[in-house]
Write a protein that binds this ligand. Structure first.
Ligand code: N01
Length: 539
C-alpha cells in the first residue's frame, strides 16, 4: 500500500521540523520520515558527554515565531545537547508537528518517475510514499565515520561512538578509558570523561585549534535586553557577510561590518584584538582579524597566538607542542570551542598519545597496541567524525530522470545549483546541501532561509501552474565553478578537512560548502527567485 502526498520530507531535525510546519500551515499534505525515535536530528544522536552547540543559544534557535523566541528560556550561553533536544521536542509539540512524522523509519530509496512526474520514496520496512516533491532534510553530519583500524571489532570492553551514544547514562568511574579522535566531538568529550575516569588516554592523530567557550549561565537581565531587540538581531544574523552567528551585543551592530584587515594593524593591535576575542570566548575569535581565512600572514599570526596560549595553559612543553596544530591554517578545519580542553592535559591521570610519532598498529580485545607500547583499556570511545554533507544523501538510492542515480552523477563530487537542487532530479530539494553556506554557517539561519525559499518557490509554481522544477545544466555548472572560485580565494582548501571530503578514503576532493557568507548567498537566492527563478527549468 502506498500513501500519496504533496511533499515527503526525509529527516525530522530542525530542517524537517520547520519545513513541515510551513507546509502544514499552507494546507499541503506532508509526511516526515525519520530514522530516529524522536525529533532533533543531530541533537537526537549526538549525546556524548560534553555535547553542546558551538553557536550561542540566543542565535542558534528559530526566528520564525516571535512568541517561541520570547517564551523559550535558554539557560546557558552555549546550550548543552539535552536542552537543545528539549527545544526541538518543544517545537514539535507546540506547532503540532508530531502527527505528520513517522519515526523509526529509514528511507532506502527515492526515485523520480518521468511519466507520472512523482517521487516514490521507499522505506527499509518496504513502505511506499509517493509525492510531487521530495525534500532531503537529512543533515550534513548524520552518517558516522567508522575508522579503518585493524582489530576495531575485536575490542571486548565497553565501546562507544560519540555520534551514536547510548540513551542510558554512561559511567566512566573506576575505568581506564581511551578515546580516538580530537575534532569538535572529542575536544568536548575529553574534559568531561577525564572528570569521571580513573585514567584517560587520548589518541591524537591531528591536533585541532580550539578556543575557549567561556560558557556559563545566562544572565536573565541580559537575555531580556537582548530579546527586546530580537528582530533587529535576527536581521543582522541573516543579512551579515559572515556565517550568521551574529553579534550578541545588546545593541545590534551594523549588518555589513567592514572587516579589520591584518595589514592595517600593528602586531600590538592585532594581539590586543585576539586577546579580547580569546577572553570573550567562542568561534567569533575567528572574526577578530577579518582576513584570517584569506591572508596567509594574518593566519600565521593568529596560529602563533593560539600556540602561545596552548603553551601557557599546558604545563608539559612536549605535550603543549603535540597539541599545537601546524598542519593546517587555523579555521580551515572547523574551529573547536571548548571548556577546559587544554588544561585537562595537566591532570595526572590524562595522557596524550601522539599517533604521528607512535601510530596505532591494532586494537585487541583489551586495549590499543601502538608502535611503541600496549595500552590496556576498559572502555574505548571513538569520535572519528562523519561522511559529511553527501553521506546521508548517497546512502540512499536516489534516482532521477531516466533512472540515473545521484551517486553516479556525483561520482566526482556533489553538483548542485545553489545547494538546493541537482539537474536531472526534478522536484527534489535539499536543505543546507553542498554548494550552500551550510556547515560554514549558523545552521538555524541557513535552514530557515532554505525552507522559506522553497515555500516561496512552491507557491510561485502553483500560481504559474508549473509542475516540476530543476536546475538547467548550464546554471548548475556555473554555480559549481563559482563555489570553487570562492573557496579558492580563501585558505579553506588547505585544511584537508571533511569540508573537502578529505576524511573519507576514496571520497572525491571538492570543497563542498559555499564560503561567501550567508548575507551574500541569500541575496543571490532572492535575486534568482525575483528573476523568475533564473537558472531553473520548469515543466
Ligand atoms: O569529527 P572530525 P567531529 N585514527 O572529523 C580522527 C560538528 N560538531 O565529530 O584529523 C585516528 O572533526 C581525526 O583525525 P585526523 C562540527 O562541525 C559540532 O569531532 O583525520 N584518528 C579527527 O581528530 C565538527 O567539525 C559540534 O587526523 C582518527 C577526529 O577523528 C564536525 O561536527 C560538536 C582516525 C574526527 O574529527 C565533526 O566533528 C561536535 C583514525 N583512523 C561536532 N579517523 C558543536 O556544535 C579519524 N580520526 C560544538
Amino acid at each position: 500500500m502506498s500513501e500519496s502526498l504533496d511533499v515527503v520530507i526525509v529527516g525530522a531535525g530542525f530542517a524537517g521540523l520547520y519545513l513541515s510546519h510551513r507546509l502544514q500551515e499552507s494546507g499541503r499534505s506532508v509526511k516526515v520520515l525519520e530514522q530516529g525515535s524522536d525529533v532533533g536530528g543531530t541533537w537526537y544522536w549526538n549525546r556524548y558527554p560534553g555535547a553542546r552547540c558551538d553557536a550561542e543559544s540566543l542565535a542558534y534557535s528559530f526566528s520564525f515565531s516571535s512568541a517561541l523566541e520570547q517564551d523559550w528560556h535558554w539557560t546557558e550561553r552555549y546550550a548543552a545537547q539535552p536542552e537543545i533536544l528539549a527545544y526541538a521536542r518543544h517545537v514539535a509539540d507546540r506547532f503540532g508537528l508530531r502527527s505528520r512524522i513517522q519515526f523509526d523509519t529509514r528511507v532506502v530509496s527515492a526515485s523520480w518517475s518521468d511519466t507520472a512526474e512523482l517521487w516514490t520514496v521507499e522505506t527499509e520496512a518496504g513502505e511506499i510514499f509517493t509525492a510531487n516533491f521530495c525534500v532531503m532534510a537529512t543533515g550534513c553530519l548524520s552518517v558516522p565515520q567508522r575508522p579503518v583500524i585493524e582489530g576495531l571489532d575485536d575490542f571486548e570492553g565497553n565501546f562507544y561512538q560519540a555520534s551514536q551514544w547510548p540513551h542510558e547514562p554512561v559511567n566512566f568511574n573506576g575505568q581506564r578509558v581511551g578515546i580516538i579522535g580530537t575534532g569538535s566531538s572529542g575536544i568536548q568529550a575529553i574534559p568531561v570523561i577525564a572528570g569521571e575516569a580513573d585514567h584517560l588516554t587520548v589518541f591524537q592523530r591531528t591536533p585541532n585549534f580550539s578556543v575557549p567557550a567561556h560558557n556559563g549561565a545566562l544572565d536573565p537581565t541580559w537575555v531580556d535586553a537582548f530579546k527586546a531587540n530580537y528582530p533587529a538581531h535576527r536581521t543582522n544574523h541573516k543579512l551579515g557577510n559572515g556565517s550568521g552567528f551574529g553579534d550578541l551585543d545588546i545593541e545590534p551592530r551594523a549588518q555589513m561590518i567592514d572587516p579589520i584587515l591584518f595589514e592595517s594593524l600593528s602586531d600590538g593591535q592585532a594581539t590586543s584584538l585576539l586577546e579580547e576575542a580569546w577572553s570573550r570566548g567562542g568561534a567569533r575569535f575567528m572574526a577578530a582579524i577579518g582576513d584570517t581565512l584569506m591572508n596567509e600572514s594574518a593566519n600565521a599570526f593568529v596560529q602563533r597566538f593560539v600556540h602561545a596560549k596552548i603553551s601557557e595553559i599546558v604545563e608539559d612543553p612536549v605535550i603543549a607542542e603535540a597539541l599545537s596544530p601546524t598542519s593546517h591554517p587555523i579555521g580551515t578545519r572547523r574551529i573547536c570551542v571548548d571548556s577546559n580542553y587544554y588544561a585537562t592535559f595537566n591532570e595526572p591521570h590524562v595522557r596524550l598519545v601522539n599517533l604521528r610519532s607512535d601510530p596505532i598498529l591494532k586494537i585487541t580485545a583489551n586495549g590499543v597496541k601502538t608502535e611503541s607500547e600496549f595500552i590496556e583499556l576498559d572502555t574505548l570511545v571513538i569520535a572519528t567524525g562523519f561522511d559529511a554533507m553527501t553521506g546521508a544523501l548517497l546512502k540512499m538510492q536516489i534516482s532521477g530522470r531516466e533512472g540515473r542515480s545521484l551517486a553516479e552523477i556525483w561520482s566526482e563530487g556533489p553538483k548542485t545549483y545553489l545547494g538546493l537542487m541537482t539537474a536531472g532530479f526534478p522536484n527534489l530539494f535539499m536543505i543546507t546541501g553542498p554548494g550552500s553556506p551550510s556547515v560554514l554557517s549558523n545552521m538555524m539561519v541557513s535552514i530557515e532561509q532554505h525552507v522559506d525559499w522553497i515555500m516561496d518557490c512552491l507557491s510561485d509554481m502553483e500560481t504559474k501552474e508549473r509542475h516540476s522544477i530543476e536546475p538547467a545544466e548550464s546554471a548548475q555548472a556555473a554555480w559549481v565553478e563559482h563555489v570553487q572560485v570562492v573557496a579558492n580565494s580563501t585558505l579553506f582548501p588547505q585544511g584537508g578537512s571533511w569540508y573537502l571530503g578529505a576524511n573519507i578514503p576514496g571520497k572525491p576532493r571538492l570543497f563542498m560548502p559555499y564560503a561567501a557568507g550567508v548575507g551574500p548567498y541569500r541575496e543571490i537566492c532572492d535575486s534568482v527567485a525575483r528573476e523568475d527563478y533564473r537558472g531553473f527549468d520548469f515543466a
